[in-house]
Write a protein of this length. Structure first.
Length: 296
């Protein structure tokens, strides 16, 4: 009986966020955990251009750091290759590496690249909240207010697309304001669906998304946003979700770091991403807490 009660409690912990009466009761009681937005169009902490520039800068640094593995891609992009060789030369001079063409240049870990680029690193660890499981922390450095601090990975579904079986027992489904869903679960059926869609969309050597967030070894160290816990009365929110549509001119060679993929490959719309933006300065060692509920 005790085991059955524990299992029921665990399942309730996963599903209560979808139970409308529970939501109505708790939204009224816990005003602090809400974020109010006057209009859908104003649901932006920072400009889309700033999000784009941050992702571009970070992904370029990751690409250059892993330059020796990019030969197949660059063979199809000679003009782009010249640009990256120049950037690599500058980077190696800054790192006091003598040769600008030697394939064995010093390679940093993705976390080190993130720190060298944005001035901080983030990582998963046991949450400071009791019974919250995994959380996300600033493991090194300092995050200024208005900074992209992580990304919410997963398969992107439009409102009419099938997600019922993936949603069973799954607390990692993020709902965008327009009804688009992102399944950030890295296990079970969700994991298999993401990998299938990612490999479906690969064009020769060009990967259209990043699969490494499904593993313990991240290629894009920002892709941990699904493990950010909701704020509470004791722990106020210090980050907020912001939706971002990847523009069509996003460099094709850098799409390998995008931790999202569309469920249907025939859609013409831009890829939906969700980033988490800092609401205040965040110091090393602090856990990230978000607002799960946005009231428009």
């Amino acid at each position: 009986a005790a085991a059955m009660l524990r299992e029921l409690r665990r399942r309730w912990g996963s599903y209560k966020y979808r139970f409308v009466p529970w939501l109505a009761l708790n939204l009224r009681r816990q005003r602090r955990t809400l974020r109010y937005v006057p209009e859908t169009s104003q649901d932006k902490i920072i400009a889309d251009e700033d999000v784009f520039e941050t992702l571009l800068k970070t992904f370029k640094a990751l690409f250059i750091n892993d330059f020796s593995r990019q030969a197949d891609i660059l063979a199809f992009l000679p003009e782009v290759k010249c640009q990256y060789v120049e950037l690599l030369t500058v980077e190696q001079k800054r790192s006091k590496v003598n040769s600008c063409t030697h394939p064995g240049q010093h390679v940093f870990s993705p976390e080190e690249v993130l720190f060298n680029t944005l001035g901080f690193t983030v990582g998963r660890d046991r949450s400071s909240l009791v019974s919250a499981g995994t959380g996300v922390f600033v493991t090194k450095g300092f995050v200024p207010k208005g900074t992209v601090v992580s990304m919410y990975p997963g398969t992107v579904y439009r409102k009419h697309e099938p997600i019922f079986f993936q949603s069973l027992g799954n607390p990692f489904i993020f709902r965008c304001i327009d009804g688009v869903l992102i399944d950030g679960n890295d296990k079970g059926l969700s994991r298999s669906v993401y990998r299938s869609c990612s490999r479906r969309d690969q064009l020769g050597p060009f990967q259209m998304s990043d699969e490494s967030w499904l593993t313990a070894t991240l290629q894009n160290p920002l892709a941990v946003g699904q493990y950010v816990n909701n704020c509470s009365h004791e722990k106020a929110a210090n980050v907020c979700y912001q939706e971002f549509d990847v523009p069509g001119h996003f460099p094709v060679e850098l799409k390998q770091y995008l931790p999202n993929i569309v469920y249907s490959h025939d859609i013409e719309s831009h890829l939906r991403c969700v980033v988490l933006v800092s609401l205040r300065d965040i110091k090393q060692g602090e856990e990230l807490f978000s607002n799960y509920y946005t009231v428009v």
